[in-house]
Design a protein around this ligand. Sequence first.
Ligand SMILES: [Zn+2]
Length: 200
Amino acid sequence: MVDVVSVLSECRALLTGHFLLSSGKHSSQYFQCARLLQYPDRAAEVIKIVADRLKNEVAAGRLAIDSVIGPAMGGIVVAYELGRQIGKPAFFTERNDEGTMTLRRGFEIAPGDRIVIAEDVVTTGKSTLETAEQIKALGGVVVASICVVDRRPADAAEPFPWPLYAALRQPAVLWDAADCALCKEGKTPAVKPGSRKVFA
Ligand SMILES: [Zn+2]
């Protein structure tokens, strides 16, 4: 099986350093999935891990899937590639002007449709749960979630009442800014991921 950590490192999607995250927490690692998804062949290798697991469940009669939905932006390409590999339609939800996750562009769910939600990263599961609300409101049924990297803390409870399949389970190590082990070492200041310095 493909070594996901090696692929992510080669694509420079998994960065090691001293990062200030949007949550205000500090971390020694940052995962930028878009840097994997820019290489379609590498993305296909990684997403195949979860596609194969879903196919096994379907073959065993434990799962049935009608379509794949990814929350924009992070879920769009992941959903597309998963849909391609399992032979199902794939589309996406996006936030409207009020910030609510909605299905637009004429995408439709038929009552009873069995849907897999596809994400790049699950940390809290918030956007997956928001997408699930929209699916349920339209009469669909969420049967599984998939993601490239499951970054939930090591002691986190199961985030969803349906199974989550991840190509890589790698819990985030986070510190409050006042209590950061890397700040205490004092070697380098924390940088915001996405800044020029990180990707230099
Ligand atoms: Zn720090």
